[in-house]
Write a protein that binds this ligand. Structure first.
Ligand SMILES: C[S@@+](CC[C@H](N)C(=O)[O-])C[C@H]1O[C@@H](n2cnc3c(N)ncnc32)[C@H](O)[C@@H]1O
Length: 376
């Protein structure tokens, strides 16, 4: 197995908020190479259980090697966290805590063969789960100019999205398909005017790579689905910690958790409360997101954009029990979670858009199975 290091972000803060104790059960929904998981799992013994999920089989294999010494105290599962009710329904007990440490890990970024990095020349891939059928190659070569622009603008928040999309399509017409990250970086660098580049030294390809990665893995749709699913599994007093690395993830975490924290669940157009209030399922422990300390940033610059939000399950609120058609459920339902499709996600999480309910959305995978089948 390849050795690549990943330093867990805000580890002390995670432990402080999750408070892992002997006998408890904690979900690490993004177990990765097992950094947070190891520290948590050690504190759950004797008698506790760390359930770790990752959609990347390489991550699960690495975590298994690292956490194997803890034996029965850990269970590791190769799955998308959007399907976490399928996993959690197999345990007949509520969660004492859950952690989402989003994005990609250093080993994924640093392995040139995975195609996540604009710093290495590799096949265009970016799939966290290599069994998924759509890679960055399919998007870059199969989407129309308008679709590429839309993805790059919305998921990369890239002001040069229109030019980059036009340059990609022109390059396809003149030179054929784009096969590698290096070829794509050259096209992006040609598209972004030198005078328009960030003064902070951000690589001109960084935002476009982020956008493609988010789209390939339907990261925002999975996140929204998983956050809606996980809260009802927490026991009263149980805590959910979400660490995000860009504004799109943080916006979803903020808005979904805020929805769960609302006392009144009546539609905003109703002038008077009909639900009786007292419906909050969680309360926020972090009115403002927690940021890494200067000491941490000095040793781990990759933590620089991290933001942590924490909520605690309320003892009283039973929102979802009798709210007729509510999206929130007290128990998982064996995998019928609605994962918003890429098109839904684009529409719902456009910067500045008011959050809308995911209720009634059709179930959808990351993208259609073949290039050209993507309808935005
Ligand atoms: C930042 S890393 C986690 C690192 C980990 N906390 C540690 O300390 O080693 C994020 C991990 O989440 C995984 N991941 C991202 N989206 C996922 C999803 N929808 N379902 C399951 N795993 C996911 C990635 O494959 C990656 O391994």
């Amino acid at each position: 197995m390849k050795e690549f290091a990943h330093t867990p972000v805000m580890l002390q803060e995670v432990l402080q908020y999750l408070k892992p104790e002997p006998g408890a059960m904690i979900l690490d929904a993004t177990v990765g190479w097992g950094g947070h998981a190891e520290a948590i799992a050690q504190r759950l013994q004797p008698g506790g259980l760390l359930v770790g999920i990752d959609r990347d089989p390489q991550a699960i294999a690495a975590a298994r090697e690292r956490l194997g010494v803890l034996g029965a105290g850990t269970t590791l599962i190769n799955a998308n966290f959007a399907d976490l009710s399928v996993v959690l329904d197999t345990f007949a007990r509520p969660l004492d805590g859950a952690l989402f440490d989003l994005g990609v890990s250093s080993p994924q970024l640093d392995d040139p063969e995975r195609g996540f990095s604009y710093r290495a020349d590799a096949p265009l891939d970016m799939r966290m789960d290599p069994h998924e059928s759509v890679s960055a190659y399919h998007l870059v070569n199969g989407l129309s100019e308008a679709e590429l622009e839309s993805i790059i603008r919305r998921f990369g928040e890239e002001r040069w999205a229109k030019r980059i999309a036009a340059f990609i399509v022109r390059r396809r017409q003149t030179h054929g398909l784009i096969h590698t990250t290096g070829e794509l970086v050259d096209v992006i660098c040609a598209a972004v005017p030198v005078q328009g580049r960030s003064r902070g030294g951000m690589h001109p390809a960084r935002r476009t790579f982020q956008a493609l990665r988010i789209a390939v893995n339907n990261e925002l749709g999975s996140l929204e689905a998983a956050l809606r699913e996980v809260v009802p599994y927490l026991r009263p007093g149980g805590r959910l910690v979400v660490i995000s690395f860009h504004s799109l993830e943080d916006r979803i975490a903020k808005n979904v958790l805020r929805e769960f924290a609302r006392d009144c669940i009546c539609p905003p157009e109703w002038h008077a409360c009909q639900c009786g209030g007292g419906r909050a399922l969680v309360r926020s422990l972090t009115p403002h997101p927690v940021r890494p300390s200067d000491e941490e940033l000095a040793v781990n610059p990759r933590a620089r954009s991290a933001k942590m939000r924490v909520v605690e399950r309320c003892a009283e609120g039973q929102r979802g029990r009798d709210a007729g058609g509510e999206t929130l459920r007290l128990h998982g339902s064996g995998g019928d979670v609605d994962v918003p499709s890429l098109a839904d996600t684009l529409a719902r999480w456009e910067p500045g858009a008011a959050p809308r309910s995911a209720r009634g959305r059709p179930r959808g995978g990351p993208l259609g199975p073949t290039p050209g089948s993507v309808v935005l």
